[in-house]
Design a protein around this ligand. Structure first.
Ligand SMILES: [Zn+2]
Length: 255
């Protein structure tokens, strides 16, 4: 199984029949769904668990990504529910994440911790796979997902939302959207040499930007977009991606 979708908040399946599978990793067990699309098995992983029971700061990111690697996954599309601190990206809009700034504090952020795993560093020149990002734009047109543009993702520790003054700071640093999960997910994918891309679904304005955060925004926005986005992911996955060239497999720098 070479291809996987990681569903963020609000995306707990891809709307087709599947069977569950438990993958044991050295970091813990992970439950995934295997979906057969046109004769090919594709892995679906609900980031927070199927019942949304794990908060962002306690997600076992290393187990999740290791499980995908053990299944043979090389290509991953992920969704992320995000707040917007850019006036051009409103609730309901869909963006393609093209970079991140990491403000997480407490999570394990690497597989390379010395000892059994040697010291390695990972190049972040192109954190989100260029090919998968470009291909999503093309597939989104066909599936009628209106992609508003690229977005720099600020990752906070959560689970609380940001203060008004934190949002001002993030905006000044060049952030467009704010979420709590993309780091270390994107980093771990890179450490494993996988191609990884994230599509952001804007569910609310960040604190102090416009109006107030409401749960109504979050639910309505996600259900309107998730099916079309999944279809766009599966459209890309119908292609043979192995011939494409990108730097994702060569990001590890050994000193
Ligand atoms: Zn790649």
């Amino acid at each position: 199984m070479k291809k996987a979708i990681i569903g963020g908040t609000g995306v707990y399946d891809i709307g087709v029949g599947s069977h569950a599978k438990i993958v044991e990793t050295k970091y813990g067990n992970v439950e995934v769904d295997i979906v057969n699309i046109n004769g090919e098995d594709i892995v679906f992983l609900a980031r927070h668990g199927k019942d949304h029971s794990t908060p962002p700061h306690l997600i076992n990111y290393r187990a999740n990504m290791k499980a995908l690697e053990q299944l043979g996954v090389k290509y991953i599309y992920a969704t992320a529910a995000v707040g917007s601190c850019n006036e051009n990206y409103a609730p309901g809009d869909v963006v393609v994440v093209n970079n991140f700034i990491d403000f997480t504090k407490l999570r394990p952020v690497t597989f390379f911790e010395g000892g059994e795993e040697p010291v390695k560093h990972t190049d972040m020149g192109d954190p989100y796979c260029r090919n998968l990002r470009n291909k999503f734009y093309d597939a989104a047109k066909i599936e009628e997902v209106h992609v508003k543009g690229n977005a720099v993702y600020i990752c906070t520790e959560g689970p609380r939302f940001e203060t008004e003054y934190e949002v001002k700071m993030y905006k000044n640093l060049g952030g467009d959207v704010i979420g709590m999960t993309n780091v270390p997910e994107v980093v771990l994918a890179k450490e494993l040499g996988m191609c990884y891309a994230t599509v952001g679904i804007i569910t609310n304005w960040c604190t102090g930007i416009k109006g107030e955060i409401t749960l109504h925004d979050i639910r309505g926005t996600l259900s309107a977009n998730k099916e079309k986005i999944s279809k766009a992911f599966l459209r890309v996955f119908r292609e043979n991606l192995d011939q494409e060239s990108c730097n994702c497999q060569n990001a590890i720098i050994k000193l």
